[in-house]
Design a protein around this ligand. Structure first.
Ligand code: MN
Ligand code: MN
Length: 272
């Protein structure tokens, strides 16, 4: 059940409207790394999640992203406002000004419509959490770039707020993944082929002039990077620990075995 509260999560104050900046801000409204994409990705993952604690986390963060959508939408509307009445401002983006009346729409900064293709939902909780950590990193860097392109203090403060929350989410998703206690390279349930998983290939030949040069004896000296000796050709390979997961030994979820709602608010199992 959703509930709307009539105050913004963050009060937006804009000094002077900047239609072109408002247009760039649409990237965080209807763009690939924007707030709607984040809200939908986490919420739908949450609907699918059978681990009660992590389901709660996904839905809480998904809901917060909707609140971010509202904040960034409010910010965009103030910046786009001149488009409603001023011809020159309207020319900054006819799609927004003529088709959309100068309001927000589910478009990215170049007018591409929002698409569910932006969402990464696999149905595997650990894989989804990895996607979410990456999604938060992308959202953070987009906010950072937007901050760097505006001088308006109020706009910068609102974006700083939104950017900071994405880091909080990234930490929460990281903690949710780590507490699943899966080994770092354990994905899914089928173990990788033992000898094959440890093979690393040097798939490049030749000398990169920036990395090293051939001396008189024909020996290539590399600066910084070292060639990997493939175990396929009796080389040593990279110094990695072999990975031998024991089937069924991973803690995929502390609550996985129990369906959501199996316990009441008092923590006691419901009578079946
Ligand atoms: Mn957000
Ligand atoms: Mn976020």
């Amino acid at each position: 059940m959703y509930h709307h509260v009539k105050t913004l999560m963050y009060t937006v104050n804009v000094g002077a409207s900047d239609v072109k900046f408002g247009n760039m801000l649409l990237e965080q409204f209807g763009g690939a790394n924007g707030e709607l994409a984040a809200a939908m990705q986490y919420s739908i993952q949450g609907f699918n999640c059978e681990d009660a604690e992590r389901k709660d986390l996904l839905l809480d963060i998904g809901t917060e992203e909707l609140s971010h959508l509202e904040v960034v939408g409010a910010l965009i509307r103030i910046h786009l406002k001149p488009m409603k009445t001023n011809r020159e401002a309207a020319e900054a983006d006819p799609l927004v000004s003529i088709a959309g009346g100068g309001g927000v729409a589910l478009l990215n900064s170049v007018g591409n419509p929002w698409t569910a293709d932006y969402l990464k939902i696999t149905g595997d909780l650990a894989v989804d959490l990895r996607s979410n950590i990456a999604a938060e990193a992308r959202a953070k860097i987009v906010y950072e770039r937007l901050i760097n392109f505006t001088d308006d203090p109020g706009t910068r403060e609102a974006l700083q707020f939104l950017m900071t929350r994405e880091i909080t989410h990234m930490r929460a998703f990281t903690a949710a993944l780590e507490t699943m206690e899966k080994p770092a390279f354990s994905i899914g349930t089928i173990a990788p082929t033992p000898s094959l998983v440890d093979q690393f290939f040097n798939d490049s030949t030749g000398v990169d002039p920036e990395l090293g040069e051939e001396n008189a004896t024909g020996i290539v000296k590399y600066a910084g990077l070292q060639l990997v000796e493939s175990p396929l050709f009796k080389g040593e390979g990279l110094d990695t620990k072999s990975y031998k997961p024991v089937q069924g030994s991973e803690v995929t979820s502390l609550a996985d075995s129990e369906p959501v709602g199996a316990r009441g608010r008092n923590g006691k199992k419901r009578a079946s």
